[in-house]
Design a protein around this ligand. Structure first.
Ligand SMILES: Cc1cc2nc3c(=O)[nH]c(=O)nc-3n(C[C@H](O)[C@H](O)[C@H](O)COP(=O)(O)O)c2cc1C
Length: 173
């Protein structure tokens, strides 16, 4: 899949087939995260890879819109130090960039995903034994898309993107 086609066709998927993702694919996706560029090359991330069903189910209590984690083949939980301390937004940008690289590398292999914003970090901290002082801003569910929601074979869902002329300004505002 070409990069542009992966960007164009990727949608958030919250229902998965239940088929496992191989360890090779999981590590390939994790490599896509760790290979990402970051401000000052700080690589501020740690990725917790979760495949155990009972742990995934427990993680779905991490926030009001985290339910899809329970049915994922695996999840990547993003962990970072000093997310809020720097005066710039480079650390959240770095995490987003690594996340999107993992999402696209997965999608190239037909593995769909969905973000899960963590509103209850201490719940996740307890489940995964994450040290105090580390931030846990979000996790990402990964798995093979259920056929009913597979964007490669289903008609486009509502909630598409703004048209180009709604978001671009040539030369000046
Ligand atoms: C920063 C961020 C946080 C998100 N958090 C959640 C979430 O907690 N739960 C969820 O189901 N989807 C979450 N999403 C997915 C968005 O709802 C989704 O990308 C958006 O509605 C557009 O849908 P699409 O990706 O299918 O085009 C998040 C997406 C982003 C970029």
């Amino acid at each position: 899949m070409e990069v542009y086609e992966a960007i164009r066709s990727n949608r958030s998927i919250r229902r998965f087939t239940g088929d496992p993702v191989t360890r090779d694919d999981i590590e390939h996706i994790a490599h896509a995260g760790r290979l990402s560029g970051s401000a000052k090359n700080k690589q501020p991330w740690q990725f917790i890879l979760v495949t155990q069903r009972d742990t995934l189910q427990a993680l779905s209590a991490g926030g009001p819109w985290c339910a899809h984690l329970a049915g994922a083949a695996f999840a990547v939980v993003m962990v970072v130090e000093d997310l809020h301390t720097p005066r710039t937004l480079t650390t959240p940008f770095d995490l987003g960039r690594a996340s999107q690289n993992m999402i696209l590398a997965a999608w190239e292999r037909g593995i769909a995903s969905c973000m899960a914003t963590i509103y209850e970090p201490d719940t996740v901290r307890d489940i995964l034994n994450i040290p105090a002082g580390m931030d846990i801003p979000w996790a990402i569910s990964f798995g093979y898309p259920h056929p009913d929601v597979d964007p490669r074979t289903r008609p486009p869902r509502a909630g598409g993107r703004l048209a180009l002329d709604q978001v671009i300004h040539w030369e000046t505002w």
